[in-house]
Design a protein around this ligand. Structure first.
Ligand SMILES: Nc1ncnc2c1ncn2[C@@H]1O[C@H](COP(=O)(O)OP(=O)(O)O)[C@@H](O)[C@H]1O
Ligand SMILES: O=P(O)(O)OC[C@H](O)CO
Length: 556
């Protein structure tokens, strides 16, 4: 590895995703990284529907990845890294104490649904229980997905957070902020900033003014002093402190990972869109400087803001479960051994799904339905159905969910999308991409550069004022190698199948009824949080047994 030109300027990117953290190094104006190191991050599931990560493990992985890349590049070449970018899983919520630097709780991950009952309580108070009630303020529907609900939960249920709030030492951050604060000095003057793209996912930022919205802060009773300052996506935020590798290098680009891949895909013009297929699936459509407030279940979000230039907005369709369904078929059903090696070959052993439909609403459905009461179903099974049919149906589910979003986008924007740019690990599956073209009826254009997400943050970091080593709008930086998948189905065929998908979705709705035990679960957590491990397990099981007994009696 190493670089050919020892004086060439390089950009490092910390890409902190849900599954892993990686540090990638890019040459300026080149689309391919020259080296990277990746470390997986553990996710704990303390209870059904919950999802937590250790903020210190994330930091530790960042440190190790940076150190490894510096070691591989060699000291001389590493000096060519002139700036750093950060891109991250969004909405994931971390609270820590600014005097000790210690997290006050595990990070609550974006797809955690513990705040279901908090959401219900909020909805019960708004006219017609309208999930879009706050959309004019923040562009988002009421959903456990967004950070404000997670902050609220922590402020209510974590004794450590409560105390830190009382003593005004509690800080909030999404993963970008947590990394930046630590990288720039932590308790010794760390920068407590976030960028507009991450802030736009908290439910607390005013989507027009790009500041913390006083009405929402008051509604959630979240004090502004615990929130980071909102910055653009491309400016110098600070410098790496002396206890990290690459000491003294500036940090000049921050973007949530879906916005970062929009930039990496060069969707810089109004009307361009990309879809990223990973654990979840996220379709972003550039709406230029205009904020389009969706009336069809999409989210209004900031796509990017380059320094002092006006913000660029996007409409987003988020799908909670994409690759996760394949992992579930591997881990829980034992249908396959290796996700990347077996999925495509097994799905290709059958010519179609045999009329099987799989709605993987494991934690409800996100866009465009926003139904947290939906649960997963596999329907249309016959004695003829095999695991191959079900695997293929899981792939098709991703394509149908994408079509749901495309239909909503076409309605909101008025001009149908004529092609779809795609990326993400799951997009390496050729069959999935062909099914996507066939189900949506438009060409699917896959970026053959693996780390498109990190590339976006490299571009933002390199373009920052004072760094000035990447011209985002230059023709030279347009050349991403691509592979195109063209639709082979007729309109009638795809519409008939899509109709069936909609029937399957209908059957998945309303399955999860609010349980008394859901509220008990939160309280049980609060009470048990301070107990030693073994006592926790014994009491936990005891309470579970009692609550199940009570439910059993109730349902007789
Ligand atoms: N060839 C493949 N076919 C189908 N799904 C795949 C394939 N390769 C990876 N996946 C799925 O894609 C996801 C991997 O995404 P990854 O980029 O590691 O990101 P994330 O941080 O979102 O987990 C996993 O859920 C995995 O099941
Ligand atoms: O799971 P990731 O890392 O693809 O990212 C998740 C999204 O940012 C959630 O909004």
């Amino acid at each position: 590895m190493g670089t050919n030109n020892e004086n060439e300027k390089l950009i490092g990117v910390i890409d902190a995703g849900t599954r892993s953290v990686q540090f990638c190094v890019f040459r300026t104006t080149h689309n391919k990284e020259i080296t990277k190191h990746t470390i997986d991050i553990a996710t704990a599931v303390p209870q059904e529907g919950w999802s937590e990560q250790d903020p210190k493990e994330i930091l530790d992985a960042v440190r190790k990845c940076m150190a490894k890349v510096v070691e591989e590049l060699g000291e001389e070449a590493s000096k060519n890294i002139v700036t750093l970018g950060i891109t991250n899983q969004r909405e994931t919520t971390i609270l820590w104490d600014k005097t000790t630097g210690e997290p006050l709780h595990n990070a609550i991950v974006w797809n955690d649904i513990r705040t279901d009952s908090t959401v219900d309580r909020i909805l019960a108070k708004v006219p017609d229980q309208d999930t879009n009630y706050f959309k004019n303020h923040c562009g988002l529907p009421v959903s456990p997905y967004f950070s404000a609900f997670k902050i609220k939960w922590l402020m209510h249920y974590s004794p450590h957070v409560k105390n830190a709030c009382k003593s005004k030492t509690c800080l909030f951050g999404t993963v970008d902020t947590w990394i930046l604060w630590n990288l720039t000095g932590g308790i010794n003057g760390g920068k407590h900033y976030t960028d507009v793209t991450n802030a736009s996912r908290t439910f607390l930022m005013n989507i027009e003014l790009l500041n913390w919205d006083p009405y929402l802060l008051n509604y959630f009773k979240i004090p502004e002093e615990m929130l980071p300052e909102i910055k653009s996506s491309s400016e110098i935020y600070g410098y790496v402190s002396n206890d990290w590798p690459l000491e003294g290098v500036c940090i000049s680009g921050i973007l949530g990972n879906q916005q970062s891949s929009l930039l990496g895909q060069r969707c810089l013009k109004e009307g361009q869109a990309k879809n990223t297929y990973r654990s979840g699936c996220f379709l972003l459509y550039n709406t230029g400087n205009q904020r389009v407030l969706s009336t069809h279940g999409l989210v209004t979000t900031v796509a990017y803001k380059l320094g002092k230039q006006p913000p660029v907005y996007a409409l987003e369709g988020s799908v909670a479960v994409a690759g996760t369904a394949i992992k579930w078929l591997r881990d829980n059903m034992g249908f396959l051994k290796d996700v990347s090696r077996d999925t495509e070959s097994l799905a290709k052993e059958v010519f179609n799904t045999g009329d099987v439909y799989f709605v993987p609403a494991f934690k409800g459905l996100y866009a465009p339905y926003w139904r947290k009461d939906a649960r997963g179903i596999i329907c249309g099974l016959t004695a003829f159905s095999t695991k191959q049919h079900i695997i293929r149906a899981a792939l098709e589910a991703v394509c149908f969910q994408t079509r749901d979003i495309l239909e909503a986008m076409n309605k909101d924007c008025g001009i149908p999308l004529t092609k779809l740019r795609v990326d993400g690990k799951m997009s390496q599956n050729d069959l999935l991409m062909q099914l996507q073209a066939d189900i949506s009826g438009i060409p699917v254009i896959r970026a053959e550069t693996e780390d498109i997400t990190a590339l976006g943050a490299a571009m933002a970091a390199g373009a920052a004022r004072g760094v000035d080593i990447w011209n985002i709008h230059s023709e030279e930086s347009e050349l991403i190698p691509i592979h195109t998948f063209l639709p082979t189905s007729t309109t009638n065929e795809r519409d008939a199948r899509y109709k069936k998908w909609k029937m399957a979705v209908q059957r998945s709705l309303g399955w999860a009824v609010p349980k008394k035990s859901a509220v008990m679960t939160e309280e049980r957590y609060c009470m048990l949080a301070s107990l030693p491990g073994c006592l926790y397990v014994i009491i936990s099981f005891g309470m579970l047994a009692i609550s199940e007994y009570i439910q059993g009696v109730g349902s007789r």
